[in-house]
Ligand binder design. Sequence first.
Ligand SMILES: Nc1ncnc2c1ncn2[C@@H]1O[C@H](COP(=O)(O)OP(=O)(O)O)[C@@H](O)[C@H]1O
Ligand code: SF4
Ligand SMILES: [Mg+2]
Length: 382
Amino acid sequence: MTDDLYPVGADSRNDNRDPQVTEAENAHVSSAWGGSDSAPVKGEEILRVEDLTVGFPTEDGLVRAVRGVSYSLHEREVLGIVGESGSGKSVSSMALMGLLPKTAKVTGKAIYRGKDVLTMSEGEQRSLRGRKIAMIFQDPMTALNPVYSIGDQLAEAVRSHEAISKKAALKRAEEMLDLVGIPQPSQRLRNYPHEFSGGMRQRAMIAMAVINDPDIIIADEPTTALDVTVQAQILEKLIEVKDAVNAAIILITHDLGVVAGMAHNVLVMYAGRPVELGSTDDTFYGPRMPYTAGLLGSMPSMTGADSRLRPINGAPPSLINLPSGCPFNPRCPLATEKCREVEPILTLTDHHDHLAACHHWDRMAESEDPTAFFRAESEDAL
Ligand SMILES: Nc1ncnc2c1ncn2[C@@H]1O[C@H](COP(=O)(O)OP(=O)(O)O)[C@@H](O)[C@H]1O
Ligand code: SF4
Ligand SMILES: [Mg+2]
């Protein structure tokens, strides 16, 4: 294990960051993530994203979609990336897959098993994609080809990376359909995507993702298009299959509830930046960034008496004209003058290995129920 797994100090391009946060404090944060006795999950680090930024030049100006994302992923880990729509979750993952449009300006590093995928040749990226790093998208219909049978598509996914016969590839496809819980897989191989239900198509996508025995599965809102009961079954299957092939998962979702039972660690994104990173339990039971508390407060409560949804007021900022200071300040019930002037960087909180980008995380720590900050505000507004 290295001693700087989490390069928080890599934020140096951020010109309005908090001058109070010294390099020494950043070093402290780094070692908190890297110490061998404090590793978030067992297993070796397989991916390390360092200060990833993505900008899209447009007629209206530069869309700063991703602004300094850093994390590390370990073998077999499930990392949840959570945030409202437009927070940069998909773009940060597409960058890893080399799937962004050519116009995108990408900086930073994404070290997969010692090699930076961002500077690999297109050929190298292609051979990694779908083999060692696989992706599951929200809408399987856009990823599956309507004119080929499911079996042909699965077999082709194998044969594009491995020199084996079609018969052997179809055999593996059948095993994979069985693994993801599709009954009568040998017959189902002959079906076309439109002959599968939404849940079955997503199972087929999971089969496609794991057929080449990947190290990492990036699942981008994999169940958002499905109804709630099917969602739960698919997520359960995803975890089962990931364990069967020993892969790690980056699970992207706008729904904190989805990561609750599944992820070891959670990265919360807001306006292109990570604003909270910690174990799922710490983040759920003791959020240290008001935005996360707001997301928790807007989840349907389990106790029927208090089941009202409490959305965070306002909308995320424009990524072309970000507000000064903390980008969440126009929506934050705890915002102070400092918040309007200085953008906070991720800093270690009172919890072990739990980082938050908030000047006032200590107020969250003092509160018995941090979601109450949002409750009070929205109830006043009613
Ligand atoms: N090709 C593009 N050109 C310009 N802006 C883009 C492009 N792709 C994504 N964006 C913008 O980048 C931001 C982040 O998008 P995305 O990562 O898809 O958000 P999320 O997945 O969190 O919903 C959004 O504001 C989106 O409009
Ligand atoms: S830095 Fe200030 S505005 Fe931003 S989340 Fe923390 S309290 Fe709210
Ligand atoms: Mg997305």
